[in-house]
Design a protein around this ligand. Sequence first.
Ligand code: DHB
Ligand code: MG
Length: 227
Amino acid sequence: MRAPDYPSPDAPKWAAVDAYFADLLAPGDDALNSALAANEKAGLPTHDVSAVQGKFLALLVQMTGASKVLEIGTLGGFSTIWMARALPENGMITTIERCPDHARVAQENLLVAGVSEKVDLRIGAAVEVLPSLAGPFDLVFIDADKPNNPVYLEWAIKLARVGTVIVGDNVVRGGGVVSPESTDQNVVGVRQFLDMLSTDHRLDSTALQTVGAKGWDGFSISIVKAL
Ligand code: DHB
Ligand code: MG
C-alpha cells in the first residue's frame, strides 16, 4: 500500500475503502500496475492520482465528450493512461513534464499501455511549453508544481473555449490550504489559485475534499463560462 501524502490516524481506513472501491470500480490491469511499479523502481515521488481518481478523470473525459485534453504535470503518466484510454478514436492528450527522467519513465509506461499514439508528451517547464500549444482544449488537468498554479490557470483559460472543464489536483493538502499565514509555497500557490477561481468571472467553480489512499486532499473543478 502506498504511503499517504498526508498521514492521519484515519488514513488506514480511508485507504481500505479506496482499495475496496478500486477493486470494484477501477481495478488495475497489467499496464497500470507495471506503470506504478516502474515509477517506484525509478524513484519517482508517489504523487500519482489514486486508481479511483484516475477513473474519475477518465469518466470526466467521457462525460465532457473531450477529444482534446491538456495535462500539466505528467510524472510517470499514470493519470495520462487513464485519460488517454477514455478518449475517442481521434482524441489526443497533450501532457507536459519538466523532469526528463520522469518523462522517460512516462514514455515507456505509455508505450506499454498502448496509448502512445494518443499522447503528445512535451518535455520542458510548463511555463515554457504552454505558449507553444494550440487550443482550444476541452479538458485541462492541472497537477504540476503548485507555486505555479496561478500561471497554469491563466494558460488553461487562454487555451480554453466556453465549456472547457478545468480540474486542479491537490487543493486541500492535508488541510494546509486553510492557513492564510502558511509559508509553504505549495499552499500559497493553491490559495492564490483558489482566489482566482472565486473571482475570475470567466469561471464557475467548486472544490471537493477527498480522503483515500493518498490521505486527505481534494480537487477543484471549473467550467469556462465566458471568454
Ligand atoms: C504533491 C503533488 C501532487 O501532485 C500530489 O498529487 C500530491 C502531493 C506535492 O507536491 O506535495
Ligand atoms: Mg497531484
